[in-house]
Write a protein that binds this ligand. Structure first.
Ligand SMILES: [Zn+2]
Ligand SMILES: [Zn+2]
Length: 374
């Protein structure tokens, strides 16, 4: 093993004890073996899952233990120490900058390639959602250091790229999956993206990168800054949907309907009906926004039949899109750092969550925690 000597004995980390109960703690650094490693967390991206976890809305199961835990599941950092077998298996060494996948499993079986760790024969878990009492405790990236399980999936990332751009590997992987690889987007496609959040905007970039001939992004008036960024990134049209059903406008702008509709709106129950209405014949719908239990979304089966639509739900993204996201970031082709609006030091993790959730009045798009700042 290399790199251990210069490290402190403890790491400062935020521990989520229960809903809304986030506190700063010091946790001991793990004793490593030849098969695992320690990450010095450089930056950790936040997404909707972080505030759902904070609010106590993420259900606990075999792979998700929302608390007590060290949250943070979108880490980018430097290898601080690593066992010799892990170094060989991951082809990384001390000092390398790596992006880390949220879930740890084997990363090689069919289930892991599908991003379905529940089916992975070796089993695994999720960073940010592993019980803090499960040794060695540092299972999340709201921390100065994070433990890297032997079955982690890591990829080296160019150390010269600004952290605010490099950290986009996670939402961009989702965008590449939902906006391009899942619906098979290509040059003939007219694409509608419902919701201009970080994943909606990354779906826009993915659709454009796949050559889509037209991309329309919808959002609320309170999303105006996100819709403006969508236009700057290359969206052909944006539609403000407060109080209106944008279906007719989409049909007109697309001269008869979209071939791909991606719904990223959280808890908007009318989304599915609108998505079906916006589609041209044989359109493909990607459903990426959860609507919550008890929401009675109006189903439109006959229209799906008449139009011969394909409907696909997506929860996360397969491994190839994680690698493609890192590659696309390294090309510098898209100014994805424009999505990053806020960084917070570790002790302000709660404010970071509130900012992303829109509870502070800030015009946030992408928010991250930089544990060594401040
Ligand atoms: Zn996330
Ligand atoms: Zn596996």
């Amino acid at each position: 093993m290399t790199g251990r000597d210069a490290l402190p004995d403890v790491a400062r980390a935020m521990v989520l004890r229960g809903p809304g109960a986030l506190e700063l703690a010091e946790l001991p650094l793990p004793q490593l073996t030849e098969d695992d490693a320690l990450l010095r967390v450089e930056i950790c991206g936040l997404c909707g899952t972080d505030y759902e976890q904070f609010d106590g809305k993420v259900q606990s199961n075999e792979y998700y233990k929302p608390f007590p835990s060290v949250p943070g599941h979108e880490p980018l950092g430097l290898i601080a120490a690593i066992g010799s077998r892990a170094a060989e298996r991951w082809a990384v060494d001390v000092g390398d900058r790596v992006a880390v996948r949220s879930s740890y499993g084997c990363g090689r079986c069919a289930a892991c390639l599908d991003f379905d760790p529940a089916r992975c024969p070796t089993r695994g878990g999720t960073y940010g959602f592993t019980h803090v009492d499960t040794a060695p405790g540092l299972w999340g990236a709201f921390s100065e250091y994070m433990y890297l399980h032997p079955l982690s999936v890591v990829r080296k990332l160019d150390p010269h790229i600004p952290a605010s751009l490099a950290v986009m590997f996670n939402p961009l992987a989702a965008g590449l999956s939902w906006g391009a690889s899942v619906p098979g987007t290509g040059p003939a496609d007219k694409v509608v993206i419902m919701g201009p959040g970080q994943r909606g905007l990354c779906s826009l970039v993915a659709a454009l990168d796949a050559g889509a001939s037209q991309v329309i992004v919808t959002g609320l008036g309170s999303d105006q800054h996100k819709l403006e960024l969508a236009s700057e990134l290359g969206a052909n049209h944006t539609i403000v949907v407060d109080g209106i059903d944008p279906t007719d406008q989409v049909l007109e702008l697309t001269s008869g309907g979209a071939s791909v509709v991606i719904d990223t709106t959280p808890f908007f129950e009318g989304a599915f009906k609108q998505a079906v209405g916006m589609c041209a014949r044989r359109g493909r719908i990607v459903l990426a926004g959860l609507k919550g239990a008890g929401v009675s979304a109006e189903l439109v089966p006959d229209e799906i039949v008449y139009k011969e639509l394909s409907v696909r739900g997506v929860l996360s993204m397969p491994l190839p899109d994680f690698h493609r996201a890192c590659e696309l970031i390294e090309t510098g082709r898209y100014p994805l750092e424009r999505l990053h609006t806020h960084s917070f030091p570790l002790a302000q993790a709660e404010q970071a969550i509130a900012t992303l959730a829109g509870r502070t009045g800030d015009r946030a798009i992408h928010v991250a925690i930089e544990p060594w700042s401040g």
